[in-house]
Design a protein around this ligand. Structure first.
Ligand code: AMP
Length: 429
């Protein structure tokens, strides 16, 4: 087939009607779980001052360095399409003085993000995320609860074989020393690293740890591990998070190479993967991830407020649900009534009749664009309606409709102004 002249932008896609049921199902599960755990929904603009991401997410991260969509407004401001939600939510928390509310403030979101990535399976330039933020609480139980919430949502979506990879990347007390150690170790082996990792040593050394290149994996397997260098506070915090997870029997893997790539994380970081039932190996892309970010509120100009959160990718979940043949039932469209019309005056009257039915909350199907009565009655039959209203030129002039019982074939003529009431009565029987 010839390619159409216009297509959706590279890496961005339409969510077609046949996929809406997955999005709706995920939305419904997320919103009911969020509700249960006392989260309030927040929406923020898709565009934000680009600086909240360069400061928050971090200047040296791939997301900021390579993947942000930035535009300059006519007024000269630099705005970015959000590559993730967390800095936007913290901006809103500060801007609206939410630190005056009882803490913690618990927020959830669901909406699109934008990253100028190399498009491939599970990696797009526009994709949807949902997530949770708990702002104003430093207790490790929150870290565990956020993991539990993400895990439970995926379970409720019938996704099996999940595994949580977890690590602690320390804080400002212990991480700088570890970074120095790691840098020294990697510098002594720099020649054997991939070119990206050579750059990362200077810019974002922890990222070397999650490089997927084989040669870098070999080198990092002998690198010093951060868990051995955590300060007492971070060590105790992490221990408690793991104890909470043990308590709820949530399966996790300690992964000393998990660093999450963003600057703002402190202490706990985690990602959730799906284990392929055949190979028992993760299938590569994480379904979601998150962790604690105790310094972000301050970095964005607020008070010293601890926080933790997580984000999951909707497209990756949908793809997995399809791959695993997880059935999502579409709500069956059940129309009790069909309106068939013939002639232009009848069409006009039909618009009013449909409106009367909508107001009375009785579902009524139609095929207003069609002129053939036979085609319309065929559709009514397919929909298995109980009653069909038929309005032709004569009926329209007399302000009447024919009400046909589709089971018995019995027909009667009714005044238009009474039709809703008459149908209601018959449907109740
Ligand atoms: P991140 O905070 O970057 O780990 O993103 C959280 C989740 O969002 C990931 O685990 C993915 O499920 C999803 N995600 C991130 N980037 C993309 C992308 N480019 N395309 C599709 N989903 C993505």
């Amino acid at each position: 087939m010839k390619k159409p002249k216009f297509q959706s932008p590279t890496g961005m896609h339409d969510i077609l009607p046949e996929d809406q049921k997955y999005f709706k199902k995920i939305y419904d599960v997320v919103s009911s779980v969020a509700d249960f755990y006392g989260f309030s929904k927040i929406d923020t603009p898709v565009l934000e001052d680009a600086e909240i991401f360069s400061r928050g997410t971090g200047e040296a991260t791939d997301i900021i360095k390579k993947e942000m969509y930035i535009l300059k407004t006519k007024g000269g401001d630099f705005l970015a399409l959000r590559p993730e939600w967390t800095p936007s939510i913290i901006r809103a928390y500060i801007e609206h003085g939410m630190y005056n509310l009882p803490q913690p403030v618990k927020l959830w979101y669901f909406g699109p993000c934008f990253r100028y990535e190399h498009p491939q399976a599970g990696r797009y330039r526009q994709f949807w995320q949902f997530g949770f933020e708990v702002i104003g609480e430093k207790n490790p139980v929150i870290d565990a609860q956020i993991i539990q919430i993400c895990y439970n949502i995926l379970k409720e979506l019938k996704i099996k074989n999940l595994i949580v990879e977890i690590n602690s990347i320390g804080d400002n007390q212990c991480r700088p020393y570890y970074k120095k150690l790691l840098t020294n170790y990697l510098k002594s082996r720099e020649v054997s690293l991939c070119s990206d990792c050579k750059r990362r040593i200077k810019e974002n050394v922890l990222r070397v740890l999650d490089c997927k290149e084989e040669k870098c994996q070999i080198i990092k397997s002998e690198a010093p591990q951060i868990l051995d260098y955590l300060c007492d506070e971070c060590k105790a915090h992490f221990k408690e998070v793991l104890e909470f997870l043990d308590e709820i029997e949530l399966p996790y893997n300690l992964n000393p190479y998990l660093v999450r790539g963003l600057d703002y994380y402190t202490k706990t970081v985690f990602e959730i993967f799906y284990l392929d039932s055949q190979s028992e190996k993760d299938i590569g892309n994480a379904l979601g991830g998150g962790g604690r970010y105790d310094k972000l509120v301050k970095v964005l100009g607020g008070k010293d407020v601890p926080a933790a959160g997580a984000a999951l990718g909707v497209e990756r979940i949908v793809e997995l649900m399809k791959k695993e043949n997880i059935e999502v039932l579409e709500k069956e469209e059940n129309f009790p009534v069909f309106l068939a019309q013939l002639g232009s005056l009848a069409k006009k009257k039909s618009l009013r009749i449909l409106e009367d039915f909508r107001k009375s909350k009785i579902k009524i199907a139609e095929s207003l664009g069609r002129d053939s009565l036979k085609a319309q009655l065929n559709k009514a039959n397919k929909l298995n309606v109980k009653y069909c209203l038929i309005i032709g030129q004569k009926e329209a002039l007399d302000n009447e409709v024919i009400l046909r019982n589709m089971e018995t074939g019995h027909q009667e003529t009714i005044k238009i102004e009474n039709v809703v009431e008459e149908v209601k009565k018959r449907l109740k029987k």
